[in-house]
Design a protein around this ligand. Sequence first.
Ligand code: TRP
Length: 327
Amino acid sequence: METVVSGIRPTGNLHLGNYFGAVKSFLQMQNEYKCLFFIADWHSLTTRPKPENIVNSAHTILSEYLACGIDPEKATIYIQSDVKEVLELYLFLNMNAYLGEMERCTTFKEKARKQPNNVNAGLLTYPTLMAADILIHKAVKVPVGKDQEQNMEMARKFANRFNTIYGVDFFPIPQSFSLSDKAVKIPGLDGSGKMGKSEGNCIYLMDDAETIRKKVMKAVTDSGPTTPNSEKPEVIQNLFTLMEVVSSKETYNYFDEKWNDCSIRYGDLKKQLASDIAAFNQPIRERILQYAADTDYLNKVAKEGAEKARESAQATIKEVRKIIGFK
Ligand code: TRP
């Protein structure tokens, strides 16, 4: 069975866009591939998080993915920092990574621009750490968003380079499995297109009914349709797109007809949408709270995940040492 690896940056709570994007793909993939999903806590050090936040953020992410249905019986779920073998491969890969190519990465340049007072070597070598994450399990498929394409290109380059330098056919060349192509694109509520944390337009899985109601009622609309069966402007289409994923077909059709005969009342649509989102979130939200309160269980999942991940990582690193000449 083909091996799939993906890393999750621990940057706060999951929103609906994440759910219908990455999370849904992971849910499907865990049934079809040998999946390893990990929380990239080492990567998060490039922005110097507070010590007390490291474990908390990992537990938050873990609770949320488990609540969504990522199943530790099907997929291996672990925390990156529990698998030290990754560091050794990171070191080896860094020996064949050139300063020029690392500096030219747009992700590096962008991060350097964002934090000019902390342009650290971890930031520069972010792509080799990511390559190590992938290659340590000899993964062939990597589900990532479009923003990770250059990092994936680097991972392929490092895999190929290692194979060439040592004259081996050891690392398979990992392919990106673009999430954006398959996923429904969930819009934000501000008419800005995509739901995203940095856009500040998110509905989080952890949001309760009242929070959701407030957010949805504030969503941007227009002055209403004037000609029957007209095309929906983007802000209105956005609300319908959300309805499509959380509401029943009947509800969607009801409001679609109201749009078409120009009798739609956005207040009613928003009320319905808010209540359907709340109903969608509620069971997930309850499970998140349950998992988050059960530190023993989270630790057990992380420990068992790390054991499985280390088994696969050790097998690879043993071979790599031999190839490099450490007999
Ligand atoms: N860089 C990825 C992101 O920002 C996270 C990540 C780290 C990752 N290591 C990985 C993704 C390995 C896929 C495979 O989202």
